[in-house]
Ligand binder design. Structure first.
Ligand SMILES: [Zn+2]
Length: 428
């Protein structure tokens, strides 16, 4: 057993603690006979078969070449097949490097298998290129490199990404060199997800249906996610009797009981959120009432694979509302709203000006009510958008807010607001 399994064994058996961050150093580890993974932001998982290598996920664009190099130090077999667990860039971005390798070794190009919604996602990325560039910058605002995409790129979906040449809708089963790869479609994080079952190896590759963090089912800036189907997929995986579980992020897990526990506890947490949210929706509550009422037990959130460090339950509630209810939040003023700036000017005038609204926001923040403080400071800044004093306070409030949040998604958005205001307040 490699050390990687020891990490997950310790965490799951103890049931608490934080999973250590996985290094993105492109080292290859053979997990067991003929099965390896390469460390990267999103991993590549490689199976040796009698017909060549089958690779599940290809990493980011910049990750592709070092991942291929690492694999080549382990095996010179041709890349027979690439499987995408879904079409996110960190799973498909490195695909060109695999194709390039086949070309330079005079191997036939690999088959590329993915769910039928992966090409549709790629088309959507073209349609929303600008939006995706904006949110990508915002989401990586705390990262000094500021991008997943590589320097000087103006396309979110790089031209080099290899489109699948075999797609499927529900299930897809293929035998390659003595191993069977059974792909199960599973809406969850995305509508194009598939988890892979390799019966001869008693192995599941769940893609991002298990990420060693609270499920990314709420992402505020991204397309719809599907928590109910996500639970179903987790329960189905839990029932397979798998001995090995190799997610595309974080640590691999060995042992049927451990795998079952990790999947079922994650399903239960999501199930609970869906149930409580629907119960309030069915009583006619507003979105605002629901997000202030529905919570996940902090004990559950302290599980090493359910920490809300990337996404968080409150955002999942929004997605459940959007999925079952639509975008109207239950506040009639929001149905056909005034311009935000007009509201802000009116309130600032009532408060005696944008600066006094801003100082009230600061006092509110000092008392610890950062949610309320942010509403007040947003109105102050909208009412007087060039006011350096107002932006100075806004920057301070969002800095404080960012520090108190746990999820990367919340911190990134608040960090961007802080940076925007600091820029204005520090302008000469
Ligand atoms: Zn991913």
């Amino acid at each position: 057993m490699t050390d990687l399994f020891a990490i997950s064994e310790r965490l799951i058996d103890r049931g608490e603690g934080e999973a250590p961050p996985a290094p993105f150093d492109f080292t290859l580890t053979e997990l067991f006979e003929g099965v390896a993974r390469v460390n990267a932001f999103s991993l590549s998982i490689i199976f040796k078969t009698d017909e060549g290598l089958v690779v599940i996920d290809t990493g980011l664009k910049n990750g592709g070449p070092p991942i291929v190099e690492a694999i080549r130090r382990w095996s010179n077999d041709p890349f027979q097949t690439l499987i995408y667990t879904h079409g996110h860039l960190d799973h498909v971005g490195g695909s060109a490097a695999f194709l390039q390798d086949s070309k330079s070794n005079n191997h036939p190009p690999p088959m590329v298998i993915a769910h039928e919604n992966v090409p549709k996602r790629f088309e959507r990325y073209r349609l929303t290129n600008g939006y995706n560039m904006v949110i990508n910058l915002r989401q990586t605002s705390q990262n000094p490199n500021r991008t997943f995409l590589g320097e000087g790129n103006d396309l979110f979906l790089d031209q080099s990404v290899v489109w699948p040449n075999i797609t499927f809708s529900d299930h897809f089963s293929i035998k390659i060199g003595g191993l069977t790869f059974i792909l199960h479609q599973a809406k969850g994080e995305t509508d194009d997800h598939a988890w892979v079952w390799i019966p001869e190896k008693k192995t599941i590759c769940p893609g991002d249906l298990f990420i060693w963090l609270f499920p990314n089912a709420g992402n505020p800036q991204k397309a719809q996610r599907y928590p109910v189907e996500w639970c179903q997929a987790l329960r189905q995986m839990a029932g397979m009797g798998a001995e090995y579980f190799i997610p595309s992020h974080g640590w691999p897990i060995q042992g049927a009981d451990r795998i079952r526990k990790a999947c079922l506890e994650t399903a239960e947490a999501l199930d609970h959120l869906v149930g409580d949210t629907l119960e309030m929706m069915n009583r006619g509550c507003t979105l605002n009432e629901i997000i202030h009422t529905v919570k996940v037990d902090p004990k559950v959130l302290s599980r090493p694979f359910l920490r809300p460090l990337y996404d968080e339950p409150e955002f999942v509630v929004h997605n459940i509302w959007r999925l079952y209810g639509g975008w109207y939040d239950g506040n009639p003023a929001n149905l056909k709203p005034a311009r935000e700036r007009d509201v802000a000017v009116e309130i600032a005038e009532l408060a005696g000006g944008a600066e006094s609204l801003a100082s009230r926001a600061l006092k509110t923040a000092e008392k610890g009510n950062l949610r309320l403080a942010c509403h007040l400071i947003e109105m102050a800044a909208l009412a007087d958008p060039e006011n350096k004093k107002v932006h100075g306070i806004r920057g301070e409030i969002y800095q404080q807010r960012r520090k108190e949040e746990t999820s990367l998604m919340a911190r990134a958005i608040f960090n961007q607001a802080e940076m925007d205001s600091k820029k204005i307040s520090e302008e000469k």
